[in-house]
Design a protein around this ligand. Structure first.
Ligand SMILES: Nc1ncnc2c1ncn2[C@@H]1O[C@H](COP(=O)(O)OP(=O)(O)OP(=O)(O)O)[C@@H](O)[C@H]1O
Ligand SMILES: [Mg+2]
Length: 348
């Protein structure tokens, strides 16, 4: 937890002026005293002839799949880690624009707090630190995303009863049980909203020989929570024929799409049961009543909470603004809104 060996203390976090969550899908930035100042896709478009940056964030994301040969759309964050430090720095510098510039002049020794996925490799942690150094940070405090998200959800993490959090992002899902301010058991699996989207695209390709444009996947998400297969409800989907390349529409059966979406989600259910197996029985009993707090952008997928409820037999609550809880939790820490947990030895 915060303040445990190797982790920053609340005092160190309180000295940070900026908090950053660099996700595979989105980059979010919180400035102390201001709040959330940026929430943009982690995407940059570059002209490979000149090396010039053409667009970042939402503008660059719109270009994906529609660019001429000389423009490359880069995603510098993948699988919970910065994979292209230089590109991540350029992207962040533009996303922040003058917001950080003014702050940097006022605070020459900028300190930054960054959240990294639970159990991330030292090289991934180093990449997050290097990225922030390139933006002028003199010190970087790394916080476990699970702790940041639990704080951001307002979970009573410092109480002696268990809380379970599942953070389902784009590239990873992290699961933890917390008690007395510490992680009791946790697991990270490389499955998130992107894997679910890929499963839907693959299903339409195999079953209907249809290539689905990426923006057409989201409306199909609601099939995950559709009621069981009474009859065979179908939906019309527009795409491109795999063989001829011509535009074509097909009627897609809900059951097939739901099955395709559930396949990658078995890894998430396995992670939840795995974490529960590693918990002391008293804490598991608490969780039976309190249930699971579901966060991360993929928590917005309609029906994911219902599916997890059915698969785990536990209550599932979706956090308010589940997509930004991690950066909001980091924000609460740098604002000093998180009280330290005092476990002083009793004196007799
Ligand atoms: N309204 C929505 N309906 C369905 N899925 C959604 C919705 N909003 C976001 N998502 C999905 O949530 C994912 C992004 O979540 P989030 O912003 O937590 O990712 P991230 O933090 O960038 O990724 P990671 O933590 O894995 O690095 C994407 O896969 C996106 O498709
Ligand atoms: Mg994330």
């Amino acid at each position: 937890m915060i303040g445990a060996p190797g982790n920053p203390t609340l005092v160190q976090l309180r000295r940070c002026t900026v908090a950053v969550d660099l996700g595979a899908a989105r980059t979010r930035v919180y400035l102390r005293g201001t709040g959330l100042v940026a929430d943009e896709p982690s995407v940059a478009a570059v002209d490979i002839r000149t090396g010039a940056l053409i667009a970042v964030g939402a503008n660059a994301e719109q270009m994906a799949g529609r660019t001429p040969e000389h423009i490359r759309v880069a995603r510098p964050v993948a699988g919970g880690a910065v994979v292209d430090i230089a590109m991540a720095q350029r992207m962040l510098r533009h996303i922040l624009g003058d917001k950080l510039g003014r702050r940097r002049l006022r605070v020459p020794m900028m300190r930054a707090a960054v959240c990294t996925p639970h159990g991330s490799e030292p090289i991934a942690r180093r990449a997050a630190v290097e990225t922030m150094y390139g933006l002028g940070a003199r010190r970087v405090e790394l916080v476990d995303t699970l702790i940041a998200a639990a704080v951001g959800c307002g979970l009573p993490v410092e109480h002696p009863e268990a809380t379970m959090i599942v953070v389902c992002g784009a590239g990873t899902t992290q699961v933890a049980v917390l008690s007395l301010g510490s992680i009791v058991a946790a697991e990270t699996v490389p499955v998130g909203g992107d894997a679910i989207d890929r499963a839907v695209v693959q299903h339409l390709r195999n079953a209907h020989e249809l290539m689905l444009p990426s923006q057409s996947v989201r409306p199909l998400h609601q099939m995950l929570g559709a009621p069981g297969s009474g009859g065979t409800p179908t939906t019309e989907v527009h795409g491109r024929d795999v063989v001829s390349g011509m535009a074509r529409s097909v009627l897609v059966e809900t059951e097939g799409v739901r099955h395709a979406m559930r396949t990658p989600l078995t890894a998430v259910v396995d992670a939840i049961t795995g974490v529960l197996r590693h918990c002391p029985p008293d804490l598991v009993a608490d969780l039976g009543d309190r249930g699971i707090m579901l966060a991360g952008g993929s928590a917005l997928m309609p029906g994911l909470d219902l599916m997890l409820r059915q698969a785990t037999d536990m209550p599932v609550h979706v956090a308010d603004r589940p997509d930004v809880v991690a950066v909001q939790g980091l924000g609460a820490m740098i604002e000093g809104r998180v009280r330290p947990l005092l476990l002083d030895p009793l004196t007799v």
